[in-house]
Ligand binder design. Sequence first.
Ligand SMILES: Cc1cc2nc3c(=O)[nH]c(=O)nc-3n(C[C@H](O)[C@H](O)[C@H](O)COP(=O)(O)OP(=O)(O)OC[C@H]3O[C@@H](n4cnc5c(N)ncnc54)[C@H](O)[C@@H]3O)c2cc1C
Ligand code: SF4
Length: 443
Amino acid sequence: MRNSQMTPGIVGGRLTPETYGENFQDLHAPLDHHEAAVAADRCYFCHDAPCITACPTEIDIPLFIRQIATGTPEAAARTIFDQNILGGMCARVCPTEQLCEQACVREAAEGKPVLIGQLQRYATDTMLDQPHPYTRAPDTGKRVAVVGAGPAGLSCAHRLAMLGHGVTIYEARQKPGGLNEFGIASYKSTNDFAQAEVEWLLQIGGITIEYGRTLGGELTLGELSSDFDAVFLGFGLGGVRALQIDGGDKDGVRDAVDFIADLRQADDLSALPVGRNVVVIGGGMTAVDAAVQSKLLGAENVTMVYRRGKEAMSASQYEQDLAASKGVRILYNAAPAAIIGNGAVREIEFAYTDSSGKPMGETFRLPADQVLRAIGQVMNTRPDTLEMDGARLTVSHTMRTSQPGVWAGGDCVAAGDDLTVTAVAQGRDAAMDMHNTLTGKGA
Ligand SMILES: Cc1cc2nc3c(=O)[nH]c(=O)nc-3n(C[C@H](O)[C@H](O)[C@H](O)COP(=O)(O)OP(=O)(O)OC[C@H]3O[C@@H](n4cnc5c(N)ncnc54)[C@H](O)[C@@H]3O)c2cc1C
Ligand code: SF4
């Protein structure tokens, strides 16, 4: 007999093959030509447009929307890629409701912004199956090492290659893309888009990726610094914060990022086991993604539990609404106290908390056969010669670390907000400063 949503334990095949297909299709269907023209027509092409300032990569949004409106989406794509070479992925994953679309004057006036994210996707999609639009400057003879093939590393590498430098990326995994490939929710990046985008980006030439090469493993920062003219660190946050409660090691308890990575790499979603009663601990984007995808995989009950109030949650209102619309229950002001079960998790006990997240004494239990921890990521590569700001690398406004010749960007640095678009912006800005330094134009 086939499994169903009610089958106890952590099992696969809870849904019909058609339902998996429907559940994991694109969150937003791409705009067709007519829809794009109508959406572009709503833009006022503002002078000093607030949407540009709200974009971490400062894309000239009114310009690219005007290019769409005048029927030249390739030119629009070029406007986007000039600032953000991963503009295709950002169009899919950016929390636009907190960035450009929140700043859009039509949002302020009517509560309905111009669909900037979807228009960006419309434009960039026209270019990705065409020859790469950029060419390299003459070879400078300079060689740069980039650690990590995530958004920060790829953006940095592309800009450096374009400026004529030779780049070697050292990537710990066997595939490029970082969290674009292993973290972003499946319904935001469908049809293997992350790999297609990297292949397109690498067409610039001058970039070599060495897989299975780990800084802090067989590679040291000292060696990279002496073998290359400059180094960029874009290794993200590879570790996960521990859940320090009784029973945290029981079967059925795992990190949400690993669960999501398995999902992103699965060829057959029906083979992916998920619990009947899933409890996700955390209040960020990772928690929402893990909860929504558990539900889409056929879990009967999915509850997200956050230790503080709704207003303190880092997942946006849009993300919270998305979770609720998929049937995820969100509980606020409750902190995990113990995981109960004989070998495998059976229940999880929570303590009610006050507004600061402190337990108040009273407790309750939820049935759970799977518990997903999403309580934050931590840096697990830590070159000990570099200055830290808290748990992340200290960088200047031009992304220089405390060590001359070493730059950094993306999630591993203290400046930023753990978004794909910010990692892209920082990788690009570091590349520009490296270029100025390597060619004697900067300090
Ligand atoms: C589950 C999840 C969902 C998310 N969803 C969104 C979203 O919808 N929208 C959004 O804007 N942001 C989202 N984010 C955040 C976003 O993915 C990150 O901010 C972004 O990927 C950071 O890019 P990065 O290049 O700094 O790091 P990463 O993407 O983490 O890439 C780092 C790369 O370095 C490699 N690496 C790590 N250590 C080493 C080492 N020692 N040596 C060599 N290589 C190494 C890694 O394998 C990886 O390829 C999400 C994050 C998570 C965890
Ligand atoms: S703020 Fe809105 S209306 Fe103004 S330029 Fe930007 S997208 Fe267009």
